[in-house]
Design a protein around this ligand. Sequence first.
Ligand code: GLV
Ligand code: GLV
Length: 395
Amino acid sequence: MTERDWRVVNSGGSRRVVATKELPGERWLALLTAADCRVEIAQGDDILAASEIAAAFGDHVDAAIGQLTETWSAEMLGALRAAGAALYSQYAVGYDNVDVPAATHLGLPVGNTPGVLTKTTAQLAVALTFAATRRIAEGDRMMRAGAYHGWLPGLLLGTLIYRGTLGIVGAGRIGAAYARMMVEGHKMDLVYYDVRPNEQLANYMADYAAFLAAHGELPVTCRRAATLPELLGACDVVSIHAALTPETRHLIGAPELAAMKEEAVLVNASRGSLVHEAALVAHCRAHPRFRAGLDVYENEPAMAPGLAELDNVVVVPHLGSASTWAREGMATLASANVAAILQGWPVWPEARGLEDALPFLEDEEPPRAAPSIVNADDLGLPRLTAQAPTKEDPQ
Ligand code: GLV
Ligand code: GLV
């Protein structure tokens, strides 16, 4: 194995931070430099092996910034803690690759990057919805193959989903943002399935319905489904926005797909393992008018056998958060988590939300707080008091 190159930033810094990938933008490095960190960044696009990551901790490391493609197991987190680290900071909102209970047991905070990627990810789900229903990828392939021989009444007909019924599985930040984009743009009735009611979303939908009625238009409706099959049977579009946990793995399998409408669309821009991918391949093969738009896969970067051959499936390579703005913002939040914990600052108050994280992204003096530590409450970490709002707080 050839030696990996590491880029070192602020080599004189007294705290040592290891990052397993280069991240977009410059602000994240400025924040770490201001926190007196020497940052060592692994070069290359390949995923670092666990042994290589552990070796990079060396005799002492203060924090690690890692990726969703790596397995942050109890063993790895234990090695990180043993090397003296004060936290693990994940460059993603999802953290199913991190053994958070083990981290908590070790007393190790785990950071993630919510808020900043909400709209970008919701937009990708919208893009997949329409790519699937309007057969964009098939049309693109036809054009490039020189197979378009002129306009035809029946060429690549798709589905009109205006005023249809939209289902979201998981009504958290991203699910709710996607729902609003779809409902406001396409006047869809909304059904959501979530263990918790989303009152903010329900209130917004009620106000929007009143707005439409006031303009002489048919209002939209919103309801929370009591069961997943109930949602699946009712919806023209179903988009998954749940976190992957042992309980949600294979949430959508053969029986769930069978409960969906013959011409429905399934979108997944959350985590691949929420869907039984082989069952989806079989379902799409048997139901050519059913469509799927996928951003994520069970065994990334691989796809289930047969998926790539299906014309009724649109596939993109895990691009949910892939706007420059979101990816630079994620880098800022990941480094702000590191800078805050290393300097003994509190955690951003949960009640204030992190909607677009603007104070962290734009203020010259960002808040003296860690934007998001997923096990903050289990570890009893203090939170920034609500009495100290930052200027231009968007809340
Ligand atoms: C991307 O998938 C993320 O979880 O941020
Ligand atoms: C289609 O292009 C139309 O003009 O109807």
